[in-house]
Design a binder for this molecule. Sequence first.
Ligand SMILES: NC(=O)c1ccc[n+]([C@@H]2O[C@H](COP(=O)([O-])OP(=O)(O)OC[C@H]3O[C@@H](n4cnc5c(N)ncnc54)[C@H](OP(=O)(O)O)[C@@H]3O)[C@@H](O)[C@H]2O)c1
Length: 302
Amino acid sequence: MDAAPLPSPADLRGRTVMVTGANAGIGYWCAEQLAARGARVLLGCRSPQRAETAVSAIRSRVPDADLRVQVLDLGSLGSIALAAAEVRERIDAVICNAGVKAADRSARTSDGFDLMVGTNFLGHFALVAQLEPLLAPNARVVAVGSIAHRFAHLDAATLDAPWSGSSLRQYGRSKASLMAFAFELARRWSASSRAAVCAHPGYAVDPLTPPRRGLAEVSGFVRALSAPTRALVQGKDGGALPIVHAATAADVVDGDYWGPGGLLEFRGAPARVTASDEVRSAAIGAQLWATAERLTGVRFPA
Ligand SMILES: NC(=O)c1ccc[n+]([C@@H]2O[C@H](COP(=O)([O-])OP(=O)(O)OC[C@H]3O[C@@H](n4cnc5c(N)ncnc54)[C@H](OP(=O)(O)O)[C@@H]3O)[C@@H](O)[C@H]2O)c1
């Protein structure tokens, strides 16, 4: 089993894309697909060792891949500031992919934020704000959202408060917050040629993903057991497609939301999909933005 052939080799030559969480899962596949099309890829990863494993895996498929590892821990404002200061390249797209799901209510980032909100939303807010001076005039920011955003209720006043209820609900809040940030950024960039968009990978699982050395190892037995689920869900290589599309395709516009176009948006070719009214709300977006600035102490340049 292997990934579908990649379209248009080398059509992204001369463009630089940062992918957060590029050492595993969907982020890895975004990096491999972008590299195969000639983009320079900055792999924003917290573990240099895991990042190098991903680099080797990409190079085994794309020998001339233009890659650089940027150490980046989205759960640490210090690491984010350092990473942003180390980037020298002009950036054409930032894919805010890294994400964490945590069942433990007491789990916190190194700055004391709730782990999911802190990593998935606040970390990316601080990263994009500090990379802003390096963004190309027509740069794109892609927030990797989730179907789970539809079940989330957003309240900026309780963004970082201890949560109750299921961890899936809190995960949904963290992804919805990231999406609301991207839509707010789109509004703030509406007079510029930059674009902020959201994309989601549908339902993407490791057992349906082509093997890559050193990445999520799945036994042949589990792959065989999982094969029938391909009718409903997809591999992480497929999950990367709407995200790479949002970052690179000509038919994407500011404020778009892309996902798999198949049944329930679980799998399928990239298509425009619908985001909830809450994440598109200008009032909620502005409140979350102000809260993110207050909590992180990071502001976008005027
Ligand atoms: N898979 C799905 O069906 C699905 C559905 C909807 C949305 N999503 C979203 O898609 C994104 C990727 O999901 P996935 O399934 O590929 O997950 P995954 O396989 O668990 O990969 C998550 C990636 O995020 C990185 N990461 C986590 N915390 C980090 C931190 N503090 N700093 C830097 N990197 C960090 C991980 O790095 P480490 O190896 O260092 O942990 C890893 O590279 C996530 O944002 C997720 O919410 C996935």
